[in-house]
Design a protein around this ligand. Structure first.
Ligand code: FAD
Length: 336
């Protein structure tokens, strides 16, 4: 049975700590609630599923239903000599899940350690870090399809994953219920990424746990902890632009990091570098600013800040970047 609460404060439930309230709120913690949930959604003008709230830009007042996914459970099974299949319910905390996999001896997700949020949101924006994306390990995503009012499974291919994107992100008819991952019994560490490579080179015969600890320490040294200062991690996507344009920029800015993409006509450039190079790292206007250690992260210093205030600061950064480099920065977190 679902319990519905009215006028819930969302300020502590979003990692940016934006001031926000929702007209209706309910907790989903049991699969038997799904049919009732489908009916409840029909009585609201709009709804969204809330996980850890770490990738959201919430409005001051959300006139709709917030469904807080708190479905729990993790199950390991052996597929063959090489792989485990690990099934995790959507409401599990992502980093606790990664820690549990590492302890069990199911490997692959180490590079994604300490990303805030829930298991259920991980396929939605195809989370990625340090050269790894979650799509590389996802076998299936079980979703509740609100249109058909039933549980269905989507294969990896059907999820249509791409850079911080998926079929799920663009379809609000699906509530992610469970994600299954195919993880290795023997670790194949991915340690070629930038400063991780340097640190791992100092350890002889590093284990998956060593890699996880190294990722955690690196992230803690560079990124603000949402428990201490409001943020949503990377605020802008790294722009994917025509390779010819990237090469042209490299003539004026030889230090600009440029990464190849699967299509040689397009290259990915570092949004953080573009902002940093304008001298905006640490720049603050009233309650919001650019994080002093990492220019890609916008921070919110107060719990009275509204969506409007944050977005107007983001627009200023976008305008400066556009004027200076002719490159459009797009916002990564979801604007509700
Ligand atoms: C300090 C910090 C560092 C970060 N670093 C990274 C990083 O390295 N890489 C990276 O990719 N991201 C990063 N992020 C962003 C964020 O952690 C991820 O996007 C994460 O997956 C969001 O999970 P969540 O549960 O908090 O989702 P929420 O913010 O609650 O929701 C995000 C979106 O997913 C939808 N959603 C959530 N759960 C479900 C569900 N069960 N079914 C359907 N839709 C759902 C929501 O409706 C919303 O549209 C970082 C954020 C912070 C604050």
């Amino acid at each position: 049975m679902l319990t519905i609460q009215q006028h819930i404060d969302l300020t502590p439930l979003n990692s940016l700590h934006l001031k926000s309230q929702a007209s209706s709120y309910t907790i989903l913690d049991n699969l038997e609630q799904l049919a009732q949930l489908a009916e409840l959604i029909k009585t609201h003008a709009k709804f969204f599923v809330l996980g850890g709230g770490s990738n959201l830009i919430v409005p001051e007042f959300y006139s709709g239903l917030v469904i807080h996914n708190q479905l729990r459970g993790i199950e390991f099974s052996s597929v063959d000599d090489e792989f485990y299949l690990v099934r995790a319910m959507a409401g599990e905390n992502w980093d606790n899940f990664v820690a549990g996999c590492c302890e069990y001896g199911a490997y692959g997700l180490e590079n994604l350690s300490l990303i805030p949020g829930s298991v259920g949101a991980s396929p939605v924006q195809n989370i990625g870090a340090y050269g790894v994306e979650v799509k590389d390990f996802i076998e299936q995503v079980w979703v509740y399809d609100l249109e058909r009012a039933e549980l269905i499974s989507l294969s990896n291919a059907e999820c249509d994953f791409s850079y911080r994107n998926s079929y799920l992100k663009n379809n609000s008819r699906f509530i992610v219920i469970e994600v299954s991952f195919k993880l290795r019994k023997t670790a194949q560490l991915k340690i070629s990424y930038g400063d991780i490579a340097e640190q791992m080179a100092l350890i002889s015969a590093p284990s998956a746990q060593d890699l996880r600890m190294c990722i955690i320490a690196t992230r803690r040294s560079k990124l603000p902890d949402p428990a201490e200062i409001g943020n949503a991690g990377s605020f802008f996507h790294n722009p994917i632009i025509q390779t010819a344009k990237a090469q042209q920029l490299a003539l004026s800015y030889p230090k600009l990091p440029i990464y190849p993409t699967s299509n040689s006509e397009f290259s990915k450039i570092s949004a953080g570098w573009l902002i940093d190079n304008l001298g905006l790292k640490g720049y603050r206007q009233d309650k919001v600013g650019v994080y002093y250690k990492q220019a890609l992260v916008l921070v919110n210093h107060e719990t009275t800040t509204t969506q409007e205030e944050l977005l107007s600061f983001a627009e200023l950064i976008q305008q400066r970047v556009k004027q200076h480099y002719g490159v459009q920065l797009n916002i990564e977190p979801i604007i509700l």
